[in-house]
Design a binder for this molecule. Structure first.
Ligand SMILES: N[C@@H](CCC(=O)N[C@@H](CS)C(=O)NCC(=O)O)C(=O)O
Length: 224
C-alpha cells in the first residue's frame, strides 16, 4: 500500500494505466494526502475479494469518509469541488462552464469506451474469443471520435480557459491510454503536442512510477 500521510481519509483503488489514473493524477496535482491500494488487472479475475468492496469489479473505487464513488471523471470533479481547488475547475458562472462539463463527460463516455473494447478483444478475452476485427473497428471508431478534440486543439494549449484543469486530466488519460495501445501514430500533430504537454507535468511523471511493474498491457505495447 502506498500512503502519502499517516491517516488520510481518501482511499483510492488503482490499477496501473487504468482509469484510476484520473483521480490519482488529480490527487497528485492537488497535493492531497491519500492512501492507494494497487490491484492486479482485471481485479474481478485476479483479486476476487475486491468484488465485496465494489460489486462492479471495476477500478477506480474512491472512498472519502462515508463517500464512495466508482466513476473516474466524477471523482476528479468531486475532489476539486470538495477540497475547494478552484484553480483546477471552471465555475458555473464562467462562459466555458458547459464546455468544461462536456469534456469531462466526453472523456469517458465518448473516448475511453471504444478503447475498452480494443483492450477486451485484443488482450483480455481468452485467445479463442479474441477478435482482431472487432478491435480494429473500435480503434477506427476511437480515432474518428477524436475529431472534435483535434479541432478544438488547433488554437488552444488546454481545453478550457487557456489553463490546465481537471478536464485536461480526464481527456489526457484517454489520449494516454490510446498511446499505450499504439494508436498515437494516428494522432493529429496538435493532439500529440497537447498530450506531451500534459504528460510532461510533474504529477503525471510521478504517477507513472507508482506500481508500474503491474502493467497489464505492457506485453501488448511491446508487440505493437
Ligand atoms: N465509467 C467508469 C468505468 C470503469 C471501468 O470500466 N474501469 C476499467 C479499467 S480502465 C475496469 O475496471 N475494467 C475491468 C473490468 O471491467 O472487469 C469510470 O470512468 O471509472
Amino acid at each position: 500500500m502506498f500512503d502519502t500521510s499517516t491517516s488520510p481519509d481518501i482511499k483510492l483503488w488503482h490499477c496501473y494505466n487504468s482509469r484510476s489514473m484520473r483521480p490519482l493524477w488529480t490527487l497528485e496535482e492537488m497535493e492531497l494526502p491519500y492512501q492507494l491500494e494497487v490491484l492486479p488487472f482485471p481485479p474481478r479475475a485476479f483479486q476476487k475479494e475486491y468484488l465485496s468492496l465494489n460489486s462492479l469489479g471495476t477500478v477506480p473505487l474512491l472512498r472519502d469518509g462515508d463517500v464512495e464513488m466508482t466513476e473516474s471523471s466524477a471523482m476528479c470533479h468531486y475532489l476539486a469541488e470538495k477540497y475547494e481547488r478552484s484553480e483546477f475547475m471552471i465555475s458555473a458562472s464562467h462562459a466555458e462552464y458547459a464546455d468544461f462539463l462536456n469534456w469531462l463527460y466526453h472523456s469517458d463516455a465518448t473516448l475511453t469506451f471504444p478503447l475498452a473494447l480494443v483492450i477486451r478483444y485484443n488482450i483480455l478475452e481468452p485467445e479463442e474469443r479474441r477478435s482482431p476485427q472487432v478491435a480494429e473497428d473500435y480503434q477506427k471508431w476511437f480515432l474518428a471520435r477524436l475529431r472534435r478534440l483535434d479541432n478544438h486543439l488547433l488554437d488552444r494549449k488546454y481545453l478550457c480557459d487557456n489553463r490546465f484543469t481537471i478536464a485536461d486530466i480526464c481527456i489526457g488519460f484517454a489520449l494516454h491510454l490510446g498511446q499505450v495501445l499504439g494508436l498515437d501514430q494516428n494522432y493529429q500533430p496538435q493532439t500529440l503536442d497537447y498530450l506531451s504537454r500534459l504528460t510532461s507535468r510533474k504529477a503525471f511523471a510521478k504517477i507513472q512510477t507508482i506500481a508500474n511493474d503491474t502493467d497489464a498491457f505492457s506485453a501488448f505495447s511491446i508487440q505493437k
